[in-house]
Ligand binder design. Structure first.
Ligand SMILES: Cc1cc2nc3c(=O)[nH]c(=O)nc-3n(C[C@H](O)[C@H](O)[C@H](O)COP(=O)(O)OP(=O)(O)OC[C@H]3O[C@@H](n4cnc5c(N)ncnc54)[C@H](O)[C@@H]3O)c2cc1C
Ligand code: FES
Length: 268
């Protein structure tokens, strides 16, 4: 769906991460955790840059008709977006893509977030908590000042363990070093089987995938890819996957994903 939304609020969360809240009932009404919007980042009246930028839905409130995006400045498009002001209008398409499937009854969601990858997982955790499912979140950041959205998740009632690479907050190391420990803790406390949800940098996703394949734990990961159309037409975002019958084929991250069952990923 192609829409125009009004920016209600825009603020910096850290040095380079921004939160943008949009009045956009057309997206808020049907948004599912793991879906994204494709945002035109050019200044009003300009078409440069031409390509939209995909951003995950970090939160959506159906009753207010609002959607929140949380993004890190990495290049020209996100820098332009960070310069937009409340009350301006913005052009977007969405919600797009196949989001996360809810865990099966009795399973405990273990949510593994790496850096800005926590954005779609925030929406997932909110949705799970609203139906009485408590996720166990392990969230990794480079350092304490990069930490985002953790306070909010704790406030909503999620159990969150922070891991920083430099040890400046929480446990020290990489988030993937703590997956096994978190799974064991879940098993010993709730006796429930774990289902894993993850979003983060490629190296983290590869480690998560290996852990899931070794342990047999069911996992869903949200993947990133450079995107052009965002509608499934250009094939610019394809990824090799394995089908139920064992054959390999290409699927589009924008519409067949961005969330994939880890067992289906061949290369990422
Ligand atoms: C489905 C999806 C959801 C996303 N959700 C979020 C989100 O919630 N918050 C957020 O901050 N970012 C998110 N991203 C990443 C975001 O789309 C890119 O950071 C953004 O498009 C960069 O645009 P730019 O013009 O600022 O950078 P560019 O100038 O286009 O690129 C700057 C640098 O970033 C790298 N890069 C750009 N886009 C991507 C990409 N898609 N994957 C990997 N590397 C890339 C480039 O290779 C380059 O090194 C998401 C991406 C996808 C595919
Ligand atoms: S971005 Fe065009 S097919 Fe996915």
């Amino acid at each position: 769906m192609h829409l125009e939304a009004q920016i209600l609020e825009m603020h910096a969360i850290t040095n380079d991460v921004y939160s943008m809240t949009l009045q956009c009932p057309g997206v808020a009404d049907s948004a599912q955790p793991g879906q994204f919007v494709h945002v035109a980042v050019a200044q009003p009246g300009s078409t440069d840059p031409l390509l939209r930028r995909p951003l995950s839905i970090c939160d959506a409130d159906r009753s207010k008709g609002t959607v929140e995006l949380v993004f890190r400045i990495v290049g020209r498009g996100t820098r332009l977006l960070a310069g937009r002001q409340a009350s301006e209008r913005i052009d977007l398409m969405g919600p797009i893509g196949t989001g996360f499937r809810r865990p099966r009854p009795g399973r405990v969601p273990l949510v593994v977030a790496g850096g800005i990858g926590i954005a779609p997982l925030h929406f997932l955790c909110r949705a799970l908590l609203s139906v009485g499912v408590s996720p166990y979140v392990i969230a990794g950041f480079s350092t304490r000042s990069d930490m985002i959205l953790v306070d909010r998740l704790v406030r909503y009632g999620a159990k969150v363990q922070v891991i920083t690479e430099d040890g400046s907050f929480g446990l020290a190391g990489k988030v993937t070093e703590y997956i096994e420990r978190a799974a064991q803790e879940i098993n010993s406390h709730s006796h429930g089987e774990v289902e894993l949800y993850a979003c983060g940098p490629l190296g983290m996703i590869n480690s998560v995938r290996e852990w899931c394949l070794e342990t047999g734990v069911f996992g869903q990961v949200s993947l990133e890819s450079r995107m052009a159309c965002g509608t499934g037409a250009c094939l610019g975002c394809v990824l090799r996957v394995i089908t139920a019958s064992g054959e390999e084929r290409y699927e589009r991250v924008c519409v067949d994903g961005p969330v994939f069952d880890v067992r289906r990923i061949v290369t990422c």
